[in-house]
Design a binder for this molecule. Structure first.
Ligand code: ADP
Ligand code: MG
Ligand code: MG
Length: 879
């Protein structure tokens, strides 16, 4: 078996396509060498070595040692120096590198091969004693902490003591003699901490470091990281051994890290940092302040690489172009300059913000570097979420006082308020307010809606506050545990600041940060790159994208985000407004049909106006109106005052009214008297709603001259007879509405949200013009799992791997998905033109959208803020 692959300008046995075997770093080093970039030669021990090592009880496979010896000899001959040669040694770095980049693995060890003898050879060979001893102390320090497990503080303390004794601030000011002394202190530390002398044999050092890389694959940090990112342990890591080049040999040397484009904005500028006379991780370690790459970006007092090392910089610019042309994507690169000669040490696809991903994809497609399809596939749909909300102005000053969970994205500022009532009162006056609570409950929902943002000190990403805020597109920081809220005193304390009611704060729901005062924000840009990419996505997707919306506000947002209609308008959300809840309650508690009808007559104009507003905004696009669905008790009066009011309205005594309320109580309301069951027992409710829909449609059609397309949707149908009956009733109403002909294109369909409905979908389809899969309830009923109670055990299922994901967030393909597929097939069997869509949480989830594409649904419907996510996900699913 071949366990070792060489890379470099002479022996180059790998390429970028071999990441599984060589790891990302090794494969890309070979690729760079292959296209003629200056890569110091080296070799990669494959991930198969790691796999074999663990399979055989931590023993290396036969033949490995010989192959390493041969590869090392190759490197020696290319560099022209021998490993361990006291008169001028080859030094190497040992670098880990799994298939995907993985923090938690062993850190790199540099300058390996130095010992008390070779360090002198290095000094002679380089003509720089200081450099040699600095390199040696770095090696002992890295090897000591990374391989021998000695706390790095012990080493750092030595340097600090040295500098303060000499009254110096910078490491670079220490002399050769100082470093030599540091080395002897370091060796004492190693002896004390391990009971053994620092290993002096270069080959022992090498195998020590290789063993540490393979060992680190199973360390707890790496295991945790793999679990969080779904990386299988079977992949294993590779080890790269590479000839050293030196950025710490003087002022004509440097090391740096850069991106071929700006990773936060995506702008097509060379972006990065470097340090003169430095090595390895100095740039990121924060010991010295790194300097900018380009002169254009240099602030006063900074020295750009462009200015300090113009030759190497020009060469690097050339490399930048070559890499982008070759990889056709933004790259994150690491380089070192040794005596004005540039060496490339790493390249990989650069991580980027959502904004940058968008811009880079569009820029590269427009420049002809990638196709439109590739551009569409380059942007993760879920990341768009970050772009659709106002963001903190990156230039703005800020004082952070706390950090919680990034529960709902966007940035918002406002006056601090502690109760939902006060939020509403202030919002009515046009004030911007932030609601801060220890936690929130359903009573706070109206206040959350009126607030700019919500802050809680308790609860997680699925706490009430987080879920509700995400649904309404409100900014939310949840579970900021370091904040103290004192409701009585009306204060919020964080990081030593005591804020009172009315003081301003700013939330960043994308990072979970909380700031003092008002931090300037910038509005999302729905034009430019965003619009361009969305246009491309729209031209390739097959699935339609609609929104779930009831209020004119939400409907308008949905349109702005490109919704092609409303897929779910939950009429009951219109019932809670203060001007109608009274009539709703009278309708529910009325002792007879006549009383119910009187209350419904009062409600009718409100509903008609609501629907008319939606039809106007949706201008000719379909609007699916779901008839009343929830159990009626949700609307019941709270407390005696409210009850008395309803009783008065119905000419009942308080006692009678109370008895009516009691009669409505159910032990399992979600499976109780709701949905079309209400339509069966109290047909006048649906009759009123259908009339309101159709009359509004006629009115708007006349007003605008456009055809209005209402889709009347009957919820919770389980039997064909239920739909046949409610449809019949609706048609009777329609027959009495004038002006439908020619102006209104209405249809009647049903939600498929019960297993029985799905399994008898062929029969049900006979009475339906469309199906909308209500996958929230369907998940609930297929699993026999109450959505409202699942929070106490579902997370444990996911944690223990019994479920891959929360099935309410991402559709359960095997169970719920299968039943959806069955229903879709049966429905189309009897009615090939049956329109089918999905509504509910899954409609905005990329994985679920891919599933909808696969089974050939016509559209998905999701919350307004998810519409762009769904458009992009639908396009990706179609490609
Ligand atoms: P990480 O995965 O943490 O980035 P690397 O293996 O890339 O670790 O090493 C970190 C840094 O060490 C590199 O960016 C580079 O500056 C330095 N380094 C690694 N190998 C060499 C080498 N052969 N010569 C010079 N510097 C090196
Ligand atoms: Mg590192
Ligand atoms: Mg690196």
């Amino acid at each position: 078996t071949k366990w070792v692959y060489g890379f470099g300008s002479q022996v180059n046995e790998g390429h970028a396509g071999m990441k599984a075997l060589l790891g990302g770093k090794g494969a890309n080093l070979a690729e760079m060498a292959g296209i003629g970039l200056p890569v110091p030669p080296g070799f990669t021990l494959t991930t198969d070595v790691c796999v074999a090592y663990y399979r055989d009880g931590r023993r290396y496979p036969d033949g490995l040692r010989t192959q390493v010896e041969d590869a090392l000899a190759q490197v020696e001959s290319q560099v022209g120096a021998r490993f361990g040669d006291p008169s001028g040694p080859l030094l190497v770095s040992v670098r880990s590198g799994a298939q995907v980049s993985m923090p938690g693995m062993m850190d790199t060890v540099l300058n390996l091969g130095l010992n008390d003898e070779t360090v002198r050879g290095l000094a002679v060979q380089s003509g720089d004693e200081r450099f040699a001893w600095d390199s040696y102390r770095r090696f002992i320090q890295m090897y000591g902490s990374v391989v021998l497990g000695i706390s790095h503080h012990l080493f750092e303390d030595v340097i600090e003591a040295r500098k303060s004794a000499l009254d110096l601030t910078e490491d670079t000011e220490l002399s050769a003699a100082d470093w030599r002394e540091v080395v002897s202190f370091y060796q004492d530390i190693v002896r004390q901490e391990t009971g053994q002398a620092f290993p002096q044999t270069p080959r022992d050092q090498l195998w020590g470091a290789i063993g540490a890389v393979f060992g680190s694959w199973m360390n707890p940090r790496a295991i945790t990281y793999r679990r969080l990112h779904d990386i299988p342990a079977e992949w294993g890591t590779a080890v790269n051994v590479q000839a050293m080049v030196f950025g710490n040999m003087g002022e004509d040397c440097a090391t740096g890290v850069c991106f071929t484009r700006d990773p936060s904005t995506g702008e097509n500028v060379f972006y990065g940092e470097y340090l003169v006379n430095a090595q390895g991780e100095d740039v990121v370690a924060g010991i010295r302040t790194p300097q900018p790459m380009s002169e254009a970006r240099a602030k006063p007092g900074e020295i750009s690489m462009e200015k300090a090392l113009p030759g190497a910089y020009a060469e690097l610019l050339h490399v930048r172009e070559m890499l982008e042309a070759h990889y056709r994507d933004m790259q994150d690169i690491e380089f070192t300059v040794q005596r004005n000669t540039l060496y490339m040490l790493q390249t990989r696809t650069g991580k980027r913000t959502a904004a940058a991903a968008l811009r880079i994809a569009v820029d590269m497609a427009e420049a002809g570097q990638i196709s439109h399809e590739e551009a569409i596939l380059r942007v993760p749909p879920a990341s768009l979420d970050q772009l659709l909300h106002p963001a903190l102005d990156p230039e703005a000053e800020r004082v952070r006082i706390a950090r919680g969970l990034p529960a709902s994205p966007g940035a918002a500022s406002g006056a601090l308020v502690f109760t939902a009532e006060e939020v509403e009162a202030r919002a009515l006056k046009g004030e911007d307010v932030i609601l801060a609570r220890v936690e929130t409950s359903p009573e706070d929902v109206h206040g959350m809606h009126a607030a700019r943002g919500v802050l809680t000190t308790r609860g997680g990403m699925t706490s009430h506050a987080a879920v509700v805020a995400r649904g309404m597109g409100r900014v939310c920081v949840a579970g900021a545990g370091d904040i103290r809220i004192d409701y009585k005193a009306g204060t919020l304390t964080a990081d030593g600041h005591v804020l009172r009611r009315g003081d301003w704060i700013t939330l960043d729901g994308g990072t979970g940060e909380v700031f003092l005062g008002r931090v300037a924000t910038v509005e999302p840009r729905l034009s430019g790159d965003f619009a361009t990419l969305m246009g491309w996505a729209d031209s390739v997707r097959r699935l339609g994208v609609r929104a779930n919306a009831e209020t004119p506000d939400d409907a308008a947002t949905a349109r702005r985000f490109g919704a092609e209609g409303i897929g779910l308008c939950r009429t009951e959300h219109m019932f809670f407004a203060p001007d109608r809840i009274g009539a709703v309650r009278r309708m529910i508690l009325a002792p007879d049909a006549a009383g119910r009808r009187a209350a419904l007559d009062d409600l009718m104009p409100f509903q008609r106006a609501d629907f008319a507003a939606l039809f106007r905004i949706m201008a000719g696009l379909p609007v699916t109106v779901r008839l009343l669905d929830p159990p009626l008790h949700e609307f019941l009066p709270h407390g005696d005052a409210e009850l008395a009011e309803v009783a008065r309205g119905l000419s009942l005594s308080l006692e009678e009214a109370r008895a009516r309320v009691a009669a409505l109580s159910e032990s399992n309301p979600m499976l109780g008297h709701r949905g079309c069951r209400l339509g069966v027992t109290a047909p006048e409710i649906y009759a009123m709603q259908v009339r309101a829909v159709l009359e509004a449609a006629v009115a708007v059609a006349r007003e605008t001259g456009e055809i209005v397309r209402p889709e009347i949707m009957i919820p919770l149908v389980g039997m064909e007879t239920e739909l046949a009956y409610t449809r019949g009733e609706a048609e009777k109403v329609a027959a009495g509405v004038e002006g439908l002909d020619g102006h209104v294109d209405y249809s009647i369909g049903t939600m498929i949200e019960l297993p029985r409905a799905a399994l008898t979908a062929d029969r049900i389809a006979a009475h339906a013009d469309f199906f909308s899969f209500g996958t929230n309830d369907l998940t609930q009923t297929v699993f026999g799992l109450s959505r409202d109670d699942a929070g106490s055990f579902l997370p444990t299922y996911v944690e223990k791997g019994l479920l891959p994901k929360d099935p309410f967030v991402s559709i359960d393909f095997e169970g719920v998905g299968e039943i959806v597929a069955i229903a879709a097939r049966k429905g189309r069997q009897v009615k090939p033109t049956l329109k089918m869509g999905i509504c509910g949480e899954h409609g905005g989830d990329p994985a679920s959208i891919a599933f909808c594409e696969k089974i050939g649904l016509d559209y998905v419907s999701c919350s307004p803020y998810r519409v762009p996510v769904a458009r992009l996900a639908a396009a990706q699913a179609a490609l």
